[in-house]
Unconditional design. Structure first.
Length: 332
């Protein structure tokens, strides 16, 4: 008359065997015995050592940081000394130095970024560099607009070259930023030649370039000694170096401003140094983040020389238009 009571095996369709299978398949759950022994479940999932193993921490190589710091210092020294030897009838030698740096910048960025139609873009970048340096050294008047039109024409030609082949066409959207950085970065160095033709341009170049070189040099030296705190596990840079480089660079620019002739003052030198040092260390650091992103996307590692020269070269490529803008709009 009354239904029989279910037996223990029939009471719960999820019997003991099924429960053990669920416990094994659920990574965040553990039995009482596993929790008591300290194994399994959330204890393993939240173990800091296991979490760190999932993120690869790139080691900071001291010798490499020292080498990059030395390269940044030599590059700044060459740009500053070359600018001091220029004159109305002596711009050819400095233009040749700038073109050599443009070629080095082009080699580093093309090797690192590998945009579509790379051989054609390399040729276009070389032509842009040669034309911009020639115009900056020989034009009758100081005109930044002429350099801009040459760079814009070079970018247009590079995009057209990437549209020719179907294999390059589908990558043009993702590579447009790198292509523009290559073309305009090459043209940016010609602004240093153009800057020496302005009344206070050589002094501004001295302050901005030497400050940027000092900032990058100190940032890399600090990474070789104490790369802490790490800005990201995948980026072999420390926060102390970035801050120290910007601060000491600003102090050095203030000292230069106190010994240079008018319109320079310690305050104006500090302003120029703060801007130049800030953009230099940020550009150098940004290259490291870009390289880390390329490695996360499982791209083939770039040629190591180009990869490590890219940061200081990018820093001075950004400092050149900054120095020109500060001279034009702040000192005059």
């Amino acid at each position: 008359m009354f239904p029989s009571m279910p037996q223990d095996g029939e009471r719960d369709p999820w019997g003991p065997d099924r429960s053990r299978e669920i416990a094994k398949s659920a990574p965040g759950r553990a039995t009482f015995a596993e929790r008591s022994s300290g194994h399994g479940g959330d204890a393993d999932r939240e173990d800091p050592e296991l979490v760190e193993d999932e993120i690869e921490v790139v080691a900071v190589r001291r010798s490499l940081s020292l080498a990059i710091a030395g390269f940044a210092g030599l590059l700044a020294f060459g740009l500053v000394v070359g600018a001091q030897t220029t004159g109305p009838d002596a711009r050819t030698s400095y233009a040749a130095v700038i073109f050599g740096i443009q070629a080095l910048f082009l080699f580093a960025w093309m090797t690192a970024t590998r945009p579509p139609a790379a051989p054609v873009i390399t040729g276009i970048g070389a032509v842009v560099g040669l034309l911009t340096v020639y115009i900056a050294a020989t034009s009758a008047s100081v005109s930044l607009l002429s350099l801009f039109w040459v760079a814009l024409a070079g970018l247009f030609a590079a995009v057209v070259a990437q549209l020719v082949r179907a294999g390059d066409r589908h990558r043009i959207r993702e590579s447009f930023g790198n292509t523009a950085a290559v073309v305009f970065g090459v043209a940016a160095f010609a602004m240093l030649v153009l800057l020496t033709r302005k009344p206070t341009g050589t002094q501004s170049l001295l302050v901005c370039v030497s400050t940027a070189g000092l900032a990058v040099l100190l940032a890399r030296l600090a990474d070789a000694v104490y790369p802490k705190p790490r800005l990201a596990p995948q980026v072999p840079r420390g926060g102390i170096g970035v801050v120290l480089g910007a601060m000491v660079g600003t102090l050095g620019a203030s000292a230069l401003g106190s010994v240079l002739v008018l319109p320079f003052t310690p305050a104006k030198g500090a302003v120029l140094g703060l801007v130049a040092a800030g953009v230099a260390v940020v550009a150098d650091l940004g290259v490291n983040y870009s390289e880390a992103a390329r490695e996360e996307d499982t791209e083939t590692p770039t040629f190591w020389v180009a990869r490590h020269l890219q940061g200081p070269l990018a820093a001075f490529a950004v400092v050149a238009p900054v120095a020109y803008a500060m001279t034009t709009f702040y000192l005059t």
